[in-house]
Write a protein that binds this ligand. Structure first.
Ligand SMILES: C=CC1=C(C)c2cc3[nH]c(cc4nc(cc5[nH]c(cc1n2)c(C)c5CCC(=O)O)C(CCC(=O)O)=C4C)c(C)c3C=C
Ligand SMILES: [Fe+2]
Ligand SMILES: [Fe+2]
Length: 349
């Protein structure tokens, strides 16, 4: 058996809620060409001149409102997940963040320190769906550092698991208890992305958003299509929960800049739903496996205010999978299946 190490990779958070730390984090995040895909100079001027200076103080306040004594909820929940996944393996399990700390280099070093004869590293991106601004940039970042450092171990990557039966089961089971309360609809709110990113990620350049009902027609593009993948996740979960089509819908949260983004927007739907007779709402955010700023502040707090202010009567946020047992078992299963090649993305060394 190869001496194996595991890296769980999440998005990352600022080191603290201070404005300079949040500004540094936003600069690194938004200067990523897979997040703001504008030419370098334009991106630089936009991020350094407009977005970061105005957003950092606002975001710092938002982070302050959700911060834990251990630090960022996203990072602490990723650490807790690491500890639970470690119980399944003899080899070391560690974490890395795409932005901020711990970096990929720190993660590789941690694994090597704990297992100097490391032969294989399995990367688990903590994103069920493929998007160039989440899954792809995380994998490419780990891979760039891997190549630069010329490590002798192999690097294998768990593919997007949006339809993996164990993931679907874990997500459905996490929602199930909430369905016994009185509710009108379940809203699946996914992190939004610009429509342009869907087009860019389509290798055929002729399917996504070009063919009617593209997400439902077989295509090679589905391997890298965020909207297709989240649609499938939602439909599989709804089926597992025996929900009819009028009991759920999809929306997209967390927009930035004015480009056309995937629609409908969560914020707009929260304002409209009460007027359409949906007064009691359940809301879940399956693009995230760990609770974070975008769920704890934007959805659980601000979203609730918006919905109740618009005439809603009850609003229940369903937490992310975090350290749920079925989810921990799923992560362990995804890692084991990498060797069976079922959910592995081929990596050239
Ligand atoms: C599904 C995963 C994510 C995708 C896809 C994604 C795309 C994306 N995000 C921004 C801009 C921001 N996102 C921010 C926070 C944030 N985003 C994700 C995940 C995805 N982003 C997470 C998990 C978090 C929370 C991090 C935390 O510390 O808790 C932020 C920063 C916060 C803020 O200031 O509001 C920004 C900005 C873009 C532009 C984008 C796609 C193009
Ligand atoms: Fe984001
Ligand atoms: Fe598509």
């Amino acid at each position: 058996m190869a001496k194996k190490g595991i890296v769980l990779m999440n998005l990352g958070s600022p080191d603290s809620t201070s404005v300079p730390d949040v500004r540094r984090y936003l600069n690194e995040f938004l200067m990523d060409e897979r997040v703001i895909d504008k030419p370098f100079l334009l991106r630089f001027l936009l991020v350094r001149g407009i977005i970061s200076p105005f957003r950092a103080p606002k975001s710092a306040k938002a982070y302050e409102s959700i911060w834990w004594k251990e630090g960022s909820p996203l990072i602490e929940l990723t650490r807790q997940l690491r500890d639970k996944v470690q119980e399944h393996f003899e080899g070391p399990v560690t974490i890395s963040m795409r932005y901020g700390n711990p970096t990929p280099e720190a993660a590789y070093n941690d694994l090597l320190q704990r297992e100097p004869n490391l032969e294989e590293v399995i990367l688990v991106p903590l994103y069920p769906h493929y998007a160039m601004s989440s899954y792809e940039t995380a994998v490419e970042h780990m891979r760039t550092v891997y190549k630069k450092k010329k490590y002798s171990f192999a690097l294998k990557v768990v593919a997007p698991y949006y339809k993996h039966p164990s993931y679907i089961n874990a997500l459905a089971q996490s929602i199930q208890p909430y369905l016994s309360q009185d509710y009108d609809q379940l809203l699946f709110s996914y992190h939004g992305i610009p429509e342009r990113h869907i087009l860019k990620s389509d290798p055929t350049k002729s399917h996504c958003m070009q063919v009617e009902n593209c997400c439902y027609k077989a295509s090679e593009s589905h391997k890298t299509c965020y909207r297709h993948q989240l649609t499938i996740t939602t439909e599989l979960v709804a089926k597992k929960l025996a929900l009819s089509k009028d009991q759920w819908q999809i929306s997209y949260q967390s927009r930035l800049l004015r480009d056309p983004w995937l629609a409908p927007s969560t914020q707009e739907r929260l304002q409209q739903l009460p007027g359409e007779g949906v007064k009691k709402l359940l809301i879940v955010c399956p693009a995230f496996v760990s609770d974070c700023l975008e769920t704890l502040e934007e959805i659980a707090v601000e979203g609730k205010k918006e919905f109740l202010h618009s005439g809603g009567e009850s609003y229940t946020y369903i937490p992310c999978l975090n350290t749920d047992k079925l989810w921990v078992d799923t992560v362990a299963e995804l890692v084991r299946e990498v060797d069976a090649d079922q959910w592995t993305m081929a990596m050239e060394n």
